[in-house]
Design a protein around this ligand. Structure first.
Ligand code: XBP
Ligand code: MG
Length: 230
C-alpha cells in the first residue's frame, strides 16, 4: 500500500539550497555594512537554528550586537530578494531523484505537499526555476516559514501540512535532510525518510524510517515496501 501523500522539506531535501542561502546572507550583510561573514563551518552550526531571521538574531546576540527587530526583518527581506535572484539565475537544481519521484507520484495520484522553514517566496522561486511552473501546480499543499510560530524541530509546520491535506500522519510519508527536520516530522507522527545533504551528513538520524540517497526511491513502488513496514 503506497502513502496517500508525500510531504517534502525544501532546503537540503528538494534541492541543495543552503550554499545559496549562505551567499545571500553574506551579500546582504555587506549591503548593510555589518562586517559579518558566515563561513561554511559557521553556517553549519547556525543551521541548527531554523529560520533566517532567528539565525540573524542568534548571531547578533552571540557577538553582542543589538539589532532592532524591524531592522532584522528589513535585512531578511533583502536576503530573500537576493536568494530569489540567485535561484532564478539557476544557482541550483533539484536533487537527483526528486523530479522522477514527483512525476511518478503525480502519475500514481499520490498527493504532494511541502513543509518548510524557509518562506513562501523562496519556495516559489525554487519550483519556478527548476520545474518551470508555479509551486502550487505541483504541490497541492504548501506550509512554509512564518505560517507557524514554532519552527523545526517543533512539529508545527508538518502538522499544518497534515491539516491542509486533511490526512492523518499514518497515511503520509515525510522527506527530510536534517536532524531538526526529522525531529519535527517525527513529532507530527510521520514516518520519515532522510536523505542527508551537504550540511547535514553525519547528523544523528535515529528514528528515521530509512536514511538513503533519493535516487534509490525515485518511484512510488520503491517506497511501498518501506512505507508498509513503517
Ligand atoms: C531550512 C531553514 C531555512 C533556510 C533559510 O528550511 O532552516 O531557515 O536555511 O531560509 P527547511 P529563510 O525546513 O526547508 O530545511 O532565510 O527563508 O529562513
Ligand atoms: Mg531541510
Amino acid at each position: 500500500m503506497p502513502p496517500e501523500a508525500l510531504i517534502f522539506d525544501v532546503d537540503g531535501t528538494l534541492a541543495e539550497t543552503e550554499e545559496v542561502h549562505r551567499q545571500a546572507f553574506n551579500e546582504t550583510f555587506a549591503d548593510f555594512g555589518l562586517g559579518w561573514h558566515w563561513g561554511v563551518d559557521d553556517y553549519r552550526g547556525l543551521l541548527k537554528i531554523a529560520g533566517g531571521k532567528e539565525r540573524i538574531r542568534a548571531h547578533a546576540a552571540t557577538i553582542g550586537d543589538d539589532l532592532a527587530d524591524e531592522f532584522v526583518r528589513h535585512m531578511h527581506a533583502r536576503k530573500t530578494w537576493r536568494y530569489g535572484e540567485m535561484i532564478k539565475s539557476g544557482a541550483t537544481g533539484l536533487r537527483p531523484g526528486i523530479t522522477e519521484l514527483i512525476a511518478d507520484a503525480a502519475d500514481k495520484h499520490v498527493r504532494l505537499a511541502i513543509a518548510t522553514t524557509t518562506n513562501r517566496p523562496n519556495v516559489d522561486a525554487l519550483i519556478a526555476a527548476t520545474l518551470g511552473c508555479p509551486a502550487e501546480d505541483v504541490f497541492e499543499v504548501i506550509a512554509a516559514g512564518d505560517e507557524v510560530a514554532a519552527k523545526k524541530p517543533a512539529p508545527d509546520v508538518f502538522l499544518l501540512a497534515l491539516e491542509r491535506l486533511g490526512l492523518p500522519p499514518g497515511a503520509c510519508l515525510a522527506f527530510e535532510d536534517s536532524r531538526n527536520g526529522l525531529r519535527a516530522a517525527l513529532g507530527a507522527g510521520l514516518a520519515t525518510i532522510v536523505s542527508p545533504s551537504q550540511y547535514t551528513a553525519g547528523e544523528d538520524f535515529a528514528g528515521a524510517l530509512a536514511v538513503l540517497d533519493l535516487r534509490s526511491v525515485s518511484h512510488i513502488e520503491d517506497l511501498e515496501t518501506l512505507f508498509t513496514a513503517a
